[in-house]
Design a protein around this ligand. Structure first.
Ligand SMILES: [Zn+2]
Length: 128
């Protein structure tokens, strides 16, 4: 099930874990949207702020931050990935940071696959 969703959405990042019954419909303003819920978590190898390795410093999990990422439409409804990103806290420098994923740029809410789709559509329009 989880594997099929991964294939369908073209999400290769193994740190993204799809929950059971992770697809639901939600009304957003006047539109019905598809929402796919997932978790992003892993053990960070080092702290991105002080670059100390996890062997040298205590990095612990500190809650989750949910972001809504636009992914390519499935069917006729806008589709979003509601991703619960793991937050980490570094005991060494006292800073916190969020889990990263290659499917979306940091601080961005549009997946690379969606950006690619826009480019493909733009190229099609040109050839007409
Ligand atoms: Zn640190």
């Amino acid at each position: 099930m989880s594997h099929d969703i991964r294939k369908l959405l073209d999400i290769q990042d193994k740190n993204i874990i799809f929950e059971k019954n992770c697809v639901c419909f939600e009304k957003y303003k006047v539109q019905t949207c598809n929402i796919v819920q997932a978790d992003l978590t892993y053990d960070p190898s080092h702290c991105p702020k002080c670059s100390r390795k996890k062997e040298d410093v205590f990095i612990y999990k500190n809650g989750k931050q949910t972001s809504r990422i636009t992914i390519p439409m499935s069917g006729t409804h806008p589709t979003y990935l509601r991703l619960k990103k793991q937050r980490f806290m570094c005991k060494g420098c006292g800073s916190s940071f969020t889990a990263k994923t290659p499917i979306v740029e940091a601080h961005c809410f549009v997946a690379y696959t969606s950006k690619a789709q826009v480019l493909i559509k733009a190229a099609e329009a040109q050839s007409i």
